[in-house]
Design a protein around this ligand. Structure first.
Ligand code: GRF
Length: 202
């Protein structure tokens, strides 16, 4: 059984529009949970501003602040444990999650990817590159995927997908906008189902 209200940490590196969708989902009561902390590796991330706007605690933790990756991983892990986090949501987090954290929070870390995994995932497949690759491959549909995070990029169990068409005159930018719109629905919906025990993470 998952403890509710679900204590959620969101890790984000940039704009945080998916973070916003999760904050809104919690505040509007669609998710039986609360974003208790937003963590970024990038102190200039607009995601941090979004968190502050809602009085959500923010943390900037990046590898460069520590002497080595082990110290970084240990600190980030301790920060998450201290706050009794039940679910870690990656939302445009551009760094690999340290193995130690994946092991400790096994099946409690999820990610959103802007394509229909297992296609168009893996190292190097992020941001606009994903949409460029989808168009270059002549795909007629794309979408968003929520999956569990394990030690391999974009590899863990798929929890939910939402499809969108790829239109003949699409540019990577227009496709990205269409996918992002469904991401903002899919992420809170999926987290709501996790909090409600309708999706079991194992
Ligand atoms: C989204 O497209 C998400 O799928 C990917 O990174 C992007 C983050 O966008 N993982 P935002 O920061 O939530 O606006």
């Amino acid at each position: 059984m998952i403890a509710t209200p679900l204590r959620i940490a969101v890790l984000a590196s940039h704009g945080g529009s998916n973070l916003q969708a999760l904050i809104d989902g919690c505040r509007e009561g669609r998710i039986d949970g609360r974003v208790v902390v937003v963590v970024s590796n990038n102190r200039k991330a607009y995601a941090l501003e979004r968190a502050r706007n809602h009085n959500i605690e923010t943390l900037v933790v990046s590898e460069g602040m520590f002497e080595g990756s082990a110290a970084f991983a240990a600190d980030l892990l301790a920060q998450l444990q201290r706050r009794k986090i039940g679910l870690i949501c990656l939302a445009g987090y551009m760094k690999m999650i340290p193995k130690q954290i994946i092991a400790t929070f096994r099946n409690k870390i999820i990610n959103i990817h802007p394509a229909l995994l297992p296609k168009f995932g893996g190292p190097g497949m992020y941001g606009m590159r994903v949409h460029e690759a989808v168009i270059a491959a002549g795909e007629t549909e794309s979408g968003a995927t929520i999956h569990i995070v394990d030690e391999i990029y974009d590899n863990g169990r798929i929890l939910a997908q939402h499809r969108v068409p790829v239109l003949p005159d699409d540019t990577p930018e227009s496709l990205q906008a269409r996918v992002l719109e469904v991401e903002h629905q899919l992420y809170p919906e999926t987290v709501a189902e996790i909090a409600a025990g309708k999706i079991i993470l194992e």
